[in-house]
Design a protein around this ligand. Structure first.
Ligand code: FES
Length: 246
């Protein structure tokens, strides 16, 4: 069977160049067996246009660099086989992040700022004791924390989120997942009132309007629906207790 000819319509724009205007550029490429979008984009850059910008590092769905909109859906390009796509493929950069150029966006600044806002580290209050025994943890709880830690910070969930796209202050699904990870961790000494400050606003868990596209597009299939349910339960529980005390 003759190999397919694929047509790629790729978003081009260089924000650093005052002459540059956003547009779609068309490239043609003959499909290879087991070709991924990673391979296709590299061939286009090597053979047709060396100025094309896009990000890759691990090529195996681990580093989170290659998130982009593939026919309007946020996904990892290194994990996408061209055989799963129609003859015509349209590629855009992920929205909600600062554009570096063409398909390349700056997810790092967004994730760093989110981590600082939600203070995504274990808050220990006990003084450091180098002779102390290691903390023991229940297997099921360790597994639940590990599930949240599988996030590769690709930004696909943020790009798919209707709220994050119009409201930059929204903590977004990746941020909620980080919060849940530390909230579950028994070594984190933050109490319910402190967590309430972090999650219980319109920029936190109650800002989500429930479209749940994040759970559909997450390439690591993280349990984001459960994360939201867990955070809502904890926030409502602490509000209820505060009311009872008051
Ligand atoms: S290149 Fe690392 S996730 Fe795709």
């Amino acid at each position: 069977m003759a190999a397919r000819e694929l047509t790629f319509e790729i978003f081009r724009f260089n924000p650093q160049d005052p002459e540059s205007t956003p547009h779609l550029q068309t490239f043609k490429l003959t499909e290879e067996p087991y070709m991924t979008l990673f391979r296709a984009l590299n061939r286009i850059r090597e053979e047709q246009d060396t100025s094309l910008q896009f990000d890759f590092s691990c090529r195996s769905a681990v580093c989170g660099s290659c998130g982009m909109m593939v026919n309007g859906r946020p996904t990892l390009a290194c994990k996408t086989l061209t055989s799963d796509l129609e003859d015509k493929v349209r590629l855009h950069p992920l929205p909600a992040f600062k554009l570096i150029g063409d398909l390349s966006v700056d997810t790092g600044t967004w994730f760093r700022s989110m981590a600082e806002r939600v203070e995504a580290w274990v808050h220990e209050r006990a003084p450091f004791d180098p002779g102390a025994l290691e903390d023991r943890m229940d297997d099921d709880l360790a597994q639940a924390i590990y599930e949240s830690d599988r996030c590769i910070e690709c930004g696909c969930c943020v790009a798919s989120c209707g709220v994050a796209n119009v409201k930059p202050a929204f903590v977004a699904p990746a941020g909620m997942n980080r919060i849940a990870r530390f909230m579950m961790d028994p070594r984190d000494a933050r109490n319910d009132d402190e967590w309430f400050e972090v999650v219980s606003s319109d920029d936190g868990v109650f800002g989500c309007i429930g479209l749940m596209a994040c759970a559909d597009v997450c390439p690591k299939e993280l349990p984001l629906l459960e994360v939201y349910a867990y955070l809502r339960r904890r926030a409502l529980g602490s509000a209820f207790l505060a009311r009872k005390k008051g």
